[in-house]
Design a protein around this ligand. Structure first.
Ligand code: COA
Length: 437
């Protein structure tokens, strides 16, 4: 059948699409800026007829009634691969629970636990071309795996989405229903870097040699370092998340991808989250390759890049070198995402390095982020066995291969001066590093 005819036959309204969800079903949802806002906003309106519906999400960007409203309890339960601010707020009410995961195995393991199926998939895509192909656009972390496992696939078509290339194609024949919702895209602008972040950027830039391939993670610091890389040459990008800073580096001629060993000449990533500048850049750009999260983040694939450097950020590091990036004590904050994947992958790479960068203090310098031991309840994101390089505004600590005593000394040097004595005293008091006598 003519793809245009197929499209017309599959087109339903958003309320009609949501009315096909049944009680006790599971909905798998596309992540971050590729989430389908029309379908998700409608879901809460169907609370009266729905019981016990499970919704798998990852880094939801907007506030939706089905997650937020207390009266949704018992109607919807959210399983979440990576919390954002709305999830943190609602967590104490018990309607959302974190799915521990490494990004490259997130969908595989979830599907395994669910009998390799999900009742419904909800995602977004561009309008189809004349052959019936659409682009999954901004998100390819779990989306294709969920589409393949879903009994019913619903796509929210948005003509504002960029047409991205790589493994993003989806044919109208492989979709059960489409809805249309041509809303502006979600944008996440980055804040100007603070003084501490600028110092961190300077230290990290010194660790990145010409010809390196970079992964930059989520949060203020990875964003802040890009201006410090402007004097580098022939950098490549192999990341999970495409960001605005990468566009700046490309436009400045710093990122050329010429010396990459995998996907030479192309930036590779699994999802994009930034501003319209990024979304315009990745539109129909043969130099930008989207691959599934199970590919981009597989440490064995990451490690095949020459001089692969991963840069991620954290909330706490202790003197063993245990890194916590996803909770504040017992309070779950975000998720592992691909932090451990890329930190490990970078160390498998010839000449590679895994960097964790964080400000030395938090809460107006009242607490140290370098601690004797992680806070009670803290979730370990990078175990001490895997840790490589830690950077703060006071310098660089290379921890690989060091004993705990030497790790402590290296970390004290990059801790805030107000907390250095405290770190040593606490390490002694707790018997982690007894006094040398
Ligand atoms: N103790 C208590 N609170 C702390 C803290 C600590 N040690 N360190 C930071 N905080 C607070 C900050 O003060 C801030 O509070 P506020 O929101 O009230 O201002 C909050 O925690 C967030 O800290 P900030 O450093 O601003 O976060 P960020 O937006 O830069 O993100 C991470 C940092 C670590 C949370 C984020 O990068 C993340 O979730 N990483 C894990 C996953 C990952 O890196 N994946 C791979 C890349 S996609």
């Amino acid at each position: 059948m003519d793809p245009k005819e197929t499209y017309k036959k599959k087109l339903v309204s958003i309320p009609e699409a949501v009315s096909m969800v049944q009680s006790r079903q599971t909905i798998g949802v596309a992540m971050a800026a590729s989430e389908p806002p029309g379908l998700l906003a409608e879901l809460g309106r169907h609370q009266g007829r729905l019981e016990d519906v499970t919704v798998w999400v990852c880094l939801p960007m907007r506030i939706y009634d089905f997650i937020q409203k207390p009266e949704m309890t018992g109607h919807f339960f959210v399983e979440n691969w990576f919390y954002g601010a709305p999830d943190r707020k609602v967590h104490p009410e018990g309607r959302v629970s974190y799915i521990p995961n490494n990004l490259h195995q997130a969908a595989t393991n979830k599907l395994l636990a669910a009998g390799n199926k999900v009742s419904v998939f909800w995602g977004t895509a561009t309008p189809p071309d004349e052959r019936g192909y659409m682009s999954l656009s901004l998100g390819l972390v779990t989306e294709k795996q969920l589409i393949e496992a879903a009994d019913l696939v619903f796509i929210e078509i948005n003509e504002n989405l960029p047409w991205t290339l790589g493994d993003t194609q989806l044919h109208i024949d492989d979709v059960d229903y489409v809805v249309e919702n041509h809303v502006p895209l979600f944008e996440l602008p980055s804040a100007p870097p603070s003084e501490a972040e600028q110092a961190i950027g300077g230290f990290i830039a010194e660790l990145i040699e010409d010809g390196s391939t970079l992964q930059l993670g989520i949060g203020g610091i990875p964003n802040a370092i890009t201006p410090f890389l402007l004097s580098r040459h022939d950098l490549g990008i192999h990341t999970e998340m495409f960001t605005d800073g990468m566009v700046d580096l490309y436009n400045a001629g710093v990122v050329t991808n010429k010396r990459k060993t995998l996907w030479k000449g192309k930036m590779v990533g699994a999802f994009a989250l930034g501003t319209q500048k990024l979304y315009d850049f990745i539109n129909d750009n043969l130099g930008v390759e989207f691959q599934q999260g199970q590919v981009t983040n597989n440490p064995h694939i990451v490690g095949q890049n020459f001089k692969m450097v991963s840069v991620n950020t954290a909330l706490q590091v202790d003197i063993f070198g245990q890194v916590c990036s996803q909770s504040i004590g017992y309070k779950h904050f975000s998720g592992t995402g691909g932090q451990l994947d890329t930190h490990r992958g970078a160390q498998l790479s010839p000449g590679g390095r895994g960097i964790i960068a964080l400000r030395s203090t938090a809460k107006d310098a009242t607490i140290s982020t370098i601690v004797p031991i992680l806070s009670e309840g803290a979730e370990v994101t990078v175990p001490c066995q895997d840790v490589d390089t830690i950077v703060t505004e006071y310098g660089v600590a290379e921890l690989k291969g060091l004993c705990v005593r030497d790790r402590m000394e290296a970390l004290i040097k990059i801790a805030h001066p107000n907390f250095r004595d405290w770190l040593r005293e606490e390490a002694r008091r707790l018997g982690i590093v007894p006094k040398f006598s």
